[in-house]
Design a protein around this ligand. Structure first.
Ligand code: ADP
Ligand code: MG
Length: 344
């Protein structure tokens, strides 16, 4: 395993630069802004098909929708089982496999803890440690069983949340629709969960960037030149609150019940399967750099896809796994090369 290093770098913002000729579809979905640009192949009909699919995925995985598969699973008692959609069964299986390989660093059964911290509320507070322990006692992902489309949970208190993987799944589904409809190039941006394919122009590759954890509204820190891939970042700057000068972010370490702290401020994952990039950005953030690198091959074999990682450690120390097909450009404050594309 070769790791390249860039010493103190400054920033990372997910952006994609490209020439635009057709207005992209932009909708609010999955708790974020989703933008899909199919360029010259974009049409009202195509965008409406994509919008419907996004809304369907949103309603399947939404924790707040009482009729979603997820809410129904969370209401199951021990003796019951539920037949779920193909989407739910597939995403849950990938989530459980990731939980198994990461030994629970990614935990799809963390809903009690996530809702206890309630980081998205207007006035979040650090919960009492006894409540954190209680929530952790309801997070045993090994009690969840998926057999075909049937889900059964060996517990009355375990509740699932697939917020760390659903957007990646949605991005893959949109790519499928676009390609089936003959779209030759596209940028899919589901709140920073990016997928690009096709040629940006006759000779140019796409340029995807990721935010500076220390200055998320500033210029991107890293630019990833690629012809086709998904790029997904998880970081401490996305959703957080500050109490007693300490920042509490939204990615939890299931071993402690507190926000993960493995000296990282951001992990970016590059893979042609967005569901894998999404689930592993959250996972790697919890595992830390060394354990993630130890597991890189296991993940690649299990999910049959090349997976690359870019780590940003505290102090903006950047390192990444090498892939000859992907060029990673990192300079201190590189000139902004966004040519009017999406700048997150
Ligand atoms: P974002 O949702 O901002 O794109 P992530 O993909 O990293 O970021 O997912 C973070 C979300 O995943 C959290 O908001 C929470 O719902 C859920 N989550 C937090 N910690 C974990 C964990 N250890 N395992 C599984 N899901 C988690
Ligand atoms: Mg994720």
């Amino acid at each position: 395993m070769k790791i390249s290093f860039l010493v103190p770098a400054f920033f990372l913002a997910l952006f994609v630069s490209c020439a635009k000729s057709v207005s992209p579809l932009q909708i609010s979905c999955m708790d974020t802004i989703c933008t899909i640009n199919a360029y010259d192949d974009g049409s009202k009909k195509l965008y409406s098909q994509i919008e419907k699919r996004l809304e369907q995925i949103d309603s399947t995985f939404s924790i707040s929708n009482p009729s979603s598969d997820i809410s129904k699973i969370n209401r199951l008692s021990k003796s019951q089982s539920l037949v779920v959609s193909d989407d739910t069964a597939y995403v849950l299986e990938v989530a459980l496999k990731t939980a198994e390989i990461s030994q629970g660093a990614f935990n799809p059964a963390l809903e009690e803890l996530i809702s206890l911290w309630n980081i998205n509320s207007s006035n979040p507070k650090v919960p009492e440690s006894s409540l954190i322990q209680k929530a952790l006692s309801c997070s045993d992902w090994k009690t969840i069983h998926v057999n075909g489309n049937t889900v059964q949970v060996d517990s009355d208190s375990v509740k699932i949340n697939l917020g760390g993987i659903a957007k990646g799944f949605a991005a893959d589904e949109i790519v499928e629709i676009l390609k089936t409809n003959g779209v030759k190039k596209a940028v899919i941006d589901l709140g920073g969960n990016i997928y690009v394919f096709g040629k940006k122009s006759s000779s140019l590759k796409w340029n995807v960037g990721a935010k500076d954890p220390e200055e998320p509204d500033g210029d991107p820190l890293i630019q990833i030149k690629t012809s086709e891939t998904s790029v997904v970042s998880s970081g401490t700057y996305e959703r957080y609150f500050v109490e007693d000068s300490i920042r509490y972010h939204h990615i939890f370490d299931p071993e402690t019940g507190y926000p993960a702290d493995k000296n990282l401020t951001q992990v970016t994952v590059i893979s042609r399967k967005s569901i894998i990039a999404d689930v592993l950005s959250t996972t790697a953030f919890v595992l830390g750099k060394d354990k993630t690198l130890e597991l890189q091959d296991v993940f690649q074999k299990e999910f049959s896809t090349k997976i690359d990682f870019i780590f940003v450690e505290k102090g903006n120390i950047v390192s990444w796994t090498e892939n000859p097909d992907i060029e990673i450009i990192t300079t201190l404050r590189p000139p902004c090369i966004n040519e009017g594309g999406i700048n997150q």
